[in-house]
Design a protein around this ligand. Structure first.
Ligand code: PLP
Length: 431
């Protein structure tokens, strides 16, 4: 089939706008009449820097990122950030603690602070107090928490909330904030804003994590599968990261939005020797936010072609909505509401997996109960969908069922087509 005949609901990599791909295809062969394709140009060229800076500026404009935040393009995907967040935020926690200890010892014993005393106090602090808090609400935040336990040891990982405990051992709800067991001064509170596999999305920024006064908690969020789909209160976050391959572009680059207060000159990463003395892991240099920020994302060879695609998607987004991401948010909501309403209209044929209060606007997960056997009904549902050009609807292999990924590249017409099919299938013979 041709691209025009297909509406692809896959969870990622996701559909990219055809005009963006056509422009990118030309750029890949001969970029702006330079005789060289974009993947062949040096990442050190002025042209590469321009592409990076324009993409940064357009991203900032589209989702409203304040000036006191830095934007980084990194490699290693969302999974790379499961590790990078740990290395960087633990480093920052250690450095802040070190400064605090020096200050305390300095006032108590005069300005000359004995280094062995600092180390001793720091060791004790790491052993007794270093925690990372995870809100485990689905497969991806679970994976991130497991990576932290692998790198640091499980004793430093605090699962502040486990959604499975409030939903019969399965993901599909978000525990009430009053029941979260947050640590006193965690290196970060980490959560995944939209769980791609389980179809669970935070309805908004958690009240309990809102900054009160100058210094709020260090909040880190994985927004891989819902970035650019709604307005976010960037200032409430210390770090936001997302792989490009769902709403922004092609796989291969990961974006990190980080508060400048977490970068030099405000804080520096501790010396590797100090981390070793404390028994803490030293992260790969390519995962160091400080290093990537210092080099405007060009510490090593970055795939500029990927950044270009992301830049083109952003240009298109900026041209499509006069109110930037707010316009996309309204459209995303409208598409999701339509699909959920159609599913809800046929309770005998479909069961939406997550609780109503946390239904994802991006990944719509449901079971097909239109018959005696769910497996047969889902098979028939998928086969009928494929015939209509509605593809990529199979749920993640770990949970089964159906998943319609309603990313930005799905047009309203695409969502309407799916809703019409959901309705038609339910009205057809039971399987
Ligand atoms: N986080 C979320 C929410 C995801 O959906 C995914 C992948 O689908 C990842 C992280 C992992 O991303 P990657 O495959 O780029 O490592």
């Amino acid at each position: 089939p041709s691209r025009e005949e297909i509406t692809y609901f896959g969870a990622g990599p996701a559909l990219l706008p055809t005009d963006v791909l056509k422009t990118a295809a030309e750029a890949l062969v001969n970029f702006e009449d330079t005789g060289l394709g974009l993947a062949e140009h040096s990442h050190r060229s002025e042209l590469a820097t321009n592409i990076i800076n324009t993409a940064k500026a357009d991203l900032a404009k589209y989702i409203d990122i304040p000036d006191d935040y830095e934007i980084l393009f990194m490699q290693g995907g969302g999974s790379g950030q499961f590790s990078a967040t740990v290395y960087n935020l633990v480093g920052i926690w250690v450095e802040r603690r070190r400064q605090k200890i020096i200050k305390e010892l300095g006032t108590a014993e005069g300005a000359d602070v004995p280094q062995d005393k600092v180390l001793e106090r720091l060791r004790k602090a790491v052993e007794e107090e270093l925690k990372i808090d995870y809100l485990v609400t689905g497969s991806w935040s679970l994976k991130a928490s497991q990576e932290a336990a692998r790198l640091l040891g499980p004793e430093h990982v605090n699962v502040a909330a486990d959604a499975r405990k409030v939903n019969d051992g399965k993901f599909g709800k978000i525990p009430e904030e009053k029941d979260w067991k947050l640590s006193k001064d965690p290196a970060m509170v980490y959560y995944c804003d939209n769980e791609t596999v389980d179809g669970v999305e935070f309805p908004g920024f958690p009240e309990i994590l809102k900054p009160s006064g100058e210094e709020g908690p260090i909040v880190v969020a994985d927004m891989s599968s819902n970035i650019l789909s709604r307005r976010i209160p960037v200032r409430n976050f210390s770090v936001i990261f997302f792989g490009a391959q769902k709403n922004l572009g092609s796989a291969g680059i990961t974006v990190v939005i980080i508060k400048k207060k977490l970068l030099p000159p405000a804080v520096s990463t501790p010396e590797p020797a100090l981390l070793r003395k404390l028994g803490l892991p030293v992260g790969p240099i390519v995962f160091s936010y400080e290093t990537i920020a210092k080099n405007n994302s060009l510490y090593n060879t970055l795939n500029i072609f990927d950044v270009y695609i992301a830049g083109q998607v952003l240009k298109k987004a900026l041209a499509s909505f006069s109110d930037n991401v707010t316009g996309q948010e309204a459209l995303s909501d409208k598409k999701a509401k339509l699909i959920y309403a159609t599913l809800d209209a046929h309770p005998e044929s479909y069961k939406v997996v997550p609780d109503k209060s946390v239904r994802s606007r991006m990944n719509i997960c449901f079971r097909v109960t239109h018959g005696d056997s769910i497996a047969d009904a889902e098979k028939a549902f998928l086969a009928g969908a494929t015939k209509k050009g509605l593809t990529g609807l199979k749920g993640h292999r770990s949970v089964g069922g159906i998943r319609a990924s309603n990313y930005n590249s799905i047009s309203l017409e695409g969502a309407e087509k799916l809703a019409a099919y959901i309705d038609e299938f339910a009205k057809g013979p039971r399987i």
